[in-house]
Design a protein around this ligand. Structure first.
Ligand SMILES: CC(C)(COP(=O)(O)OP(=O)(O)OC[C@H]1O[C@@H](n2cnc3c(N)ncnc32)[C@H](O)[C@@H]1OP(=O)(O)O)[C@@H](O)C(=O)NCCC(=O)NCCS
Length: 145
């Protein structure tokens, strides 16, 4: 897309990436979205794509895919607020799906049922609704009996 490019994450991007995740409500270091976790996931078949505004040299979006050896999970997919509404999400999703295709893994994602813009986008690019699942998590292993 003219004026924009997509490249792999580099360690120096971390602060800018965290800023976007905070601004878009996608993640916080306290939730495990820290530098070490990113590096660890990249070593196990994951990919963190960075959308760059080439003219101003500003990071405009991210797409993080992690691999559990069985599937890829797409998350932290988002466009910085000042870059939203310019059609950049399709460009970033297309590049993400190129990686998916390259690996041959299935790809799964979670999206809040109220996020109609994201849902429409994912459906447009071939994702289908898996069913009325509830999503559970244990955040703190101290809570395990
Ligand atoms: C969801 C998100 C990635 C979409 O990116 P975006 O840059 O705002 O959207 P785009 O400009 O690329 O538009 C994508 C499509 O959504 C439509 N759209 C964009 N904003 C819209 C709005 N406010 N209302 C209705 N439709 C909208 C566009 O018309 C376009 O549709 P089309 O493909 O039929 O032309 C972005 O809003 C975002 O980062 N949100 C916060 C993080 C998030 O929710 N991520 C998904 C978590 S699973």
């Amino acid at each position: 897309m003219k004026g924009y490019s997509i490249r792999n994450y580099e360690a120096e991007d971390y602060e800018a990436v965290i800023k976007i995740w905070q601004e878009t409500g996608m993640g916080r270091p306290e939730r495990g979205d820290d530098k070490d976790t990113i590096e660890r996931c990249l070593k196990t078949g994951g990919k963190l794509l960075i959308l760059v505004d080439d003219i101003n040299n500003i990071i405009a979006g991210t797409s993080w895919m992690t691999c559990d050896g069985r599937r890829l999970y797409l998350h932290h997919f988002g466009i910085a607020p000042e870059y939203q509404g310019k059609g950049l999400s399709g460009y970033l999703l297309e590049e993400s799906l190129k990686y998916v295709k390259e690996t041959g893994y299935q790809v799964k994602l979670e999206v809040h049922s109220s996020n109609s813009v994201a849902i429409k986008l994912y459906e447009k690019y071939g994702f289908s609704y898996l069913g009325d699942y509830k999503v559970f998590i244990i955040r703190n292993t101290d809570d395990v009996n």
